[in-house]
Design a protein around this ligand. Structure first.
Ligand SMILES: Cc1cc2nc3c(=O)[nH]c(=O)nc-3n(C[C@H](O)[C@H](O)[C@H](O)COP(=O)(O)OP(=O)(O)OC[C@H]3O[C@@H](n4cnc5c(N)ncnc54)[C@H](O)[C@@H]3O)c2cc1C
Length: 415
C-alpha cells in the first residue's frame, strides 16, 4: 500500500482514535488512515480498579475494529521508521506510507532493563503492577499474609502519575477489610519530593496518608530488585525525606539502600517507542519534541504529537488528551482549508482521579504551573470541592468516565 493520506495517524489508542474521529466528524471527505497493529483497544484508567478487585478486566477492552472511525482506513501494521523529510512512515509489512499531515500517538513502552532484576520478576513473585497485569495485582492482594507492602515508581515519567498511589490507598483498605492491616506496614517510596504537586490536592492526600498510617519515603530512586531475597534497592537523592516514620527491615550496600518487602507494586520505567526514540524528532529526553502550547512538532510543521509520547511537562493521561486533540484538529483543519486557526493554546491541562478508598475519590485537575483548575461542571454533579474526597467522584470514575470514553470521546464527540 503506497497511497497518500491527508492525515496519517500512528496509534489507535486514546489519542489516535480521538484525533481521527474528530477530524472526520469535522470533514468526512478527508483521507485519514490509522496505523495500529492491535486488535484490541484498552480503557487503561480502569486497571487500577481491576487491581483492587472492584472492576472486571474483561470490561476494560473492546475490539479495535469497532472504534476505528467510519471513513478512516485501518492499516493493521506497525510503524517502524519515520521519514519526516519525505513525509512518509515505513511500516513492517505495508512499505512506506506517505502523508500530508502526520499525527503521532503511539503511547509509551515499558523498559524493564532500566531496573536491574525487573525483567525476570515482573508480574510474578509478589512483584506486581496495575500497568502491566492488574489481575495479578488483585491475586497478590488476596494472597498477602501481612508484612511490608511496598509501593514504588521509577525515575522516568509514567502514565497517570497518581496510579501508583491509587492502588496503594485501595490496597490499604483491602488489607483493613480482610483483617491483614494490623500486621502490615504500607510504604510509598518515590523519587519525588512531594506526594502531589498541586497544593490543594497535597493537603487532602496527606490527610489520607495520616488516616491510613502510611509511611512516605521521598528521594528513593529504584535501581534493582532482588526477588529471591525480596529486597528493592534504591539510590538516594539529595532530597531524601520521610513522613510518618516506620522501622522497616532496611539493608545497606555502599550507597544503595534496600527495603525488604513482602509484596511490591511498581509502575514500570517508561520510555517512548523505539521508532520514535531512534528518529530525529525527539527532544533531549527522547520524547517527541512538540511545542508545549500547539503540540506541533518543533522542526516539522506538518507533524503533531498527542498523548503519552509527547514531551510535555505535564501528567500523561487520557484526560490531558481530551484537551490536546481539539487543538491539533483545529490547526490541521485550518491549514487544509487555508483559514486562520482559532484555538486556545494548550495550558498543560491534565487530570488525575485519585481514588483514596473504595467509594472515595479526589479529582486533581491542574495545568503546567500546578494550579488547581477544577471543571466548573462538577458543581452540576453537586461536587462543591473536588480537592476533597467525595463519593460522587468515585461514581464518576467507576461508571461515568468509562461510559463517556467509549461512547463520546472515542466517537469524536465533545465532552
Ligand atoms: C494503570 C493506569 C491507570 C491510568 N489511569 C488514568 C486515569 O485515571 N485517567 C486518565 O485520564 N488516564 C489514565 N491513564 C493514562 C491513559 O490511559 C493514557 O494516558 C492514554 O491511554 C494514552 O493514550 P495514547 O494514545 O498516548 O496511548 P495508548 O492509548 O497507550 O495507545 C497507543 C497505541 O499505539 C499503538 N502503537 C504502539 N506502537 C505502535 C507502532 N509502532 N505503530 C503503530 N501503532 C503503535 C498501540 O498498539 C496502542 O494501541 C492510566 C494508565 C494506566 C496504565
Amino acid at each position: 500500500m503506497n497511497s497518500a493520506y491527508d492525515i496519517l495517524v500512528i496509534g489507535g489508542g486514546t489519542g489516535g482514535i480521538m484525533t481521527a474521529a474528530q477530524l472526520l466528524r469535522a470533514n468526512k471527505n478527508l483521507k485519514v488512515a490509522i496505523i495500529e497493529p492491535s486488535e484490541t483497544h484498552f480503557y487503561q484508567p480502569a486497571w487500577t480498579l481491576v487491581g483492587a478487585g472492584t472492576y472486571k478486566y474483561e470490561n476494560t477492552s473492546r475490539p479495535m475494529k469497532d472504534y476505528i472511525p467510519k471513513g478512516a482506513t485501518w492499516i493493521k501494521d506497525k510503524a517502524v521508521k519515520l521519514n519526516p523529510e519525505n513525509n512518509s512512515v515505513s511500516t513492517a509489512n505495508n512499505g512506506d506510507i506517505s502523508y500530508n499531515y502526520l499525527v503521532l500517538s503511539p503511547g509509551l513502552v515499558y523498559d524493564y532493563s532500566l531496573v536491574e532484576g525487573l525483567e525476570e520478576t515482573m508480574n510474578k513473585n509478589e512483584v506486581c503492577s496495575v500497568y502491566t497485569d492488574p489481575k495479578y495485582v488483585y491475586k497478590v492482594l488476596q494472597n498477602f499474609k501481612g508484612g511490608t507492602a511496598l509501593f514504588t515508581q521509577p525515575t522516568t515519567p509514567i502514565k497517570c502519575g497518581g496510579a501508583p498511589q491509587k492502588i496503594m490507598y485501595l490496597s490499604e483498605s483491602y488489607f483493613r477489610k480482610h483483617g491483614k492491616r494490623n500486621n502490615t506496614e504500607v510504604v510509598f517510596a518515590t523519587p519525588g519530593t512531594v506526594i502531589f504537586g498541586v497544593p490543594e490536592i497535597k493537603k487532602t492526600l496527606l490527610e489520607v496518608v495520616d488516616r491510613k498510617d502510611i509511611n512516605l519515603r521521598f528521594g528513593y530512586m529504584l535501581k534493582k530488585i532482588d526477588s529471591k531475597n525480596k529486597i528493592a534497592w534504591y539510590a538516594m537523592a539529595e532530597h531524601e525525606d520521610e513522613y510518618n516514620h516506620k522501622d522497616l527491615n532496611i539493608e545497606k550496600d555502599g550507597d544503595l539502600v534496600g527495603i525488604h518487602y513482602d509484596m511490591l507494586h511498581l509502575a514500570p520505567p517508561s520510555v517512548a517507542p523505539d521508532f520514535v526514540r531512534n528518529s530525529t524528532l525527539v527532544n533531549a529526553e527522547k520524547w517527541l519534541d512538540v511545542d508545549h502550547h500547539t503540540l506541533q512538532h518543533n522542526k516539522f510543521d506538518n507533524i503533531y504529537g498527542v498523548g503519552d509520547v509527547a514531551g510535555l511537562p505535564t501528567a500523561k493521561t487520557g484526560a490531558a488528551i481530551r484537551k490536546q486533540v481539539p487543538i491539533i484538529v483545529a490547526q490541521i483543519l485550518a491549514n487544509i482549508e487555508h483559514k486562520a486557526s482559532h484555538f486556545k493554546p494548550y495550558n498543560g491541562y491534565s487530570s488525575c482521579p485519585l481514588v483514596t478508598d473504595y467509594g472515595k475519590m479526589v479529582l486533581a485537575e491542574f495545568d503546567y504551573d500546578n494550579n488547581f483548575t477544577p471543571d466548573p461542571n462538577l458543581k452540576k454533579m453537586l461536587i462543591a470541592d473536588s480537592s476533597k474526597e467525595h463519593w460522587r467522584l468515585w461514581m464518576l470514575k467507576k461508571y461515568m468516565l468509562p461510559y463517556l470514553y467509549w461512547n463520546k470521546m472515542l466517537k469524536g464527540k465533545q465532552v
